[in-house]
Design a protein around this ligand. Structure first.
Ligand code: SF4
Ligand code: SF4
Length: 470
């Protein structure tokens, strides 16, 4: 017989005094969650299948020859929807990050922690893959408890061994995919196929990521959501009375109690069966009110709806609702704070769209050579020396020509008349700009240089020309 206390027993000791994942004497309290059944769990399962397929497929998907999504922090190169972003695009990236933060802030303010339960990779992998593997190999929570407290024998060794082997294999798969989001799927295949000595860094990364994911899903589990995740810790400042959360309708449920409902005992709809607690993956009792540990996974809604069906009461004792709806019976309100952040978000999105649409495929930096003044060219012209740096953000090589705009000048590239820049690379060049003295009206003349590709101007850069007037 197991001597371990159940989650419910642990909670009853006092939910405010300690975390559900920690026992009274400071040890780990393992959460054995039951599998929920119901419409919300079915919806999450469908969404999770799509999500997992997308997670493993995305590194293979290319748009315009670029990865659909790649965050190459090693080289400072990002590919989002097939658009390549370089460190030179940090401004767009900065605006994108601020937009994302405002979006998360607004989304959380309205819908609570719904991202955690429905879209966070940690929850999806933990609840939809690893926990299902655990149920499959070790059985339901009662069987898991029994197995854990039983002496080591063949059955326990095989089940534990198999579970951890499968956990490790999935962690390895996730680690490889995760690495593909950083360095690209082709590089990951090279690490797998070629000798380790040629890819020591990549090989170490796979090992470290594999052990990290294995540690998270086999041991840390809900502690990631309840203690470590910074987004989770922010809930107390992001949520307000009008945020939609998974909530227990205390007006309808209390006073809770078992037994028949009569005129005398005045019991509410909660029959205190604790089915909402035993399915909770973070081990909390939602009837205690909004708690930081709730990841809005809706397992307790399904469990309670099932109980309500059985006892013949209306569903929705636990449901998506705001505190204002529960306390004052108000409908959902789009508050002033929500309106303000919505307006900020719209402005940021407009700015981001403009930046993306006006973004150039090439970046050109033009500087006049230091320490040089001007040279006489024949009797009637002067020349200045310039250095040009060009960044090609596309996946194709680019050949460009330079032309002086609006002035009768000539550009003489040192070593050819075309500037070649390799795909996703940079090129440097030096050239003389020759202007007739008649075009020079000041000591410092403003000059525009057009950058042409296939006869079409793709950029115009401004510089100055040093000379003298006669
Ligand atoms: S499942 Fe519903 S009825 Fe049962 S304890 Fe939870 S809130 Fe009460
Ligand atoms: S309280 Fe309900 S919604 Fe929140 S984590 Fe537990 S089961 Fe999920």
């Amino acid at each position: 017989m197991s001597t371990e206390k159940s989650t419910v027993e642990q909670l009853e000791e006092s939910f405010r005094d300690r975390m559900p994942s920690v026992t009274k004497d400071g040890k780990r309290n393992w959460i054995y969650a039951w599998q929920p059944k119901g419409k919300w769990y079915t919806r999450r399962t469908v969404l999770s299948v799509l999500y997992v397929v997308l997670f493993f497929a995305l590194p293979f998907i290319k748009i315009n020859g670029n990865p659909a999504l790649q965050i190459n922090v090693v080289e400072g190169k990002f590919s989002i929807f097939g658009m390549i972003f370089w460190p030179q695009d940090f401004f767009i990236f900065g605006v994108g990050m601020v937009t994302m933060v405002i979006f998360i802030y607004l989304f959380t303010m309205i819908y609570g922690r719904v991202f955690c339960g429905w879209a966070c990779p940690q929850t999806i992998f933990m609840e939809m893959i690893f926990r299902r593997i655990e149920w499959l190999i070790e059985g339901n929570p009662n069987e898991q408890r029994k197995l854990k407290s039983s002496p080591w024998n063949a059955n326990k060794t095989i089940r534990f061994g198999l579970k951890h082997f499968v956990f490790f294999a999935f962690s390895f798969l996730i680690a490889n995919t995760f690495l593909a989001y950083i360095i690209g799927v082709e590089e990951v295949f090279k690490i797998v196929k070629e000798p380790i000595s040629q890819h020591v860094g990549g090989f170490i990364a796979i090992i470290v990521f594999t052990y990290a994911f294995y540690g998270v899903y086999a041991f840390a589990r809900e502690i990631i959501c309840t203690v470590i995740c910074p987004y989770g810790r922010l809930q107390s400042v992001l949520l307000d009375r009008n945020s939609m959360i998974v909530a227990y309708d205390y007006n309808r449920g209390e006073p809770r109690g078992k037994g028949r409902r009569t005129e005398e005992n005045k019991l509410g709809d909660c029959i205190d069966c604790k089915q909402c607690v035993v399915v909770c993956p973070t081990g909390i009792d939602i009837r205690n009110g909004t708690q930081l540990e709730c990841i809005n996974c809706t397992a307790c809604i399904d469990a309670c709806d099932h109980v309500m069906d059985k006892v013949g009461s209306p569903r929705g004792l636990i449901r998506y609702a705001s505190e204002a709806q529960l306390a004052d019976n108000q409908p959902f309100r789009f508050t002033g704070r929500m309106k303000f952040y919505s307006a900020v978000l719209v402005l940021l999105l407009a700015g981001l769209t403009t930046l993306l649409l006006t973004r150039n495929d090439v970046d050109v930096t033009l500087l006049r050579a230091r320490g040089q003044l001007f040279q006489e060219v024949g009797k009637d012209s002067l020349s200045n020396l310039y250095h040009l740096n060009m960044v090609n953000k596309t996946v194709k090589d680019i050949d460009v020509q330079l032309k002086v705009e609006e002035l009768p000048g000539v550009i003489k590239l040192v070593g050819g008349h075309q500037l070649h820049t390799p795909a996703e690379g940079q090129a440097e060049s030096t050239f003389f700009l020759v202007l007739p003295k008649s075009a020079i009206k000041r000591r410092d003349t403003d000059v525009k240089i057009g950058v042409y590709k296939d006869g079409k101007r793709i950029r115009t850069v401004k510089t100055s020309f040093l000379g003298y007037t006669e």
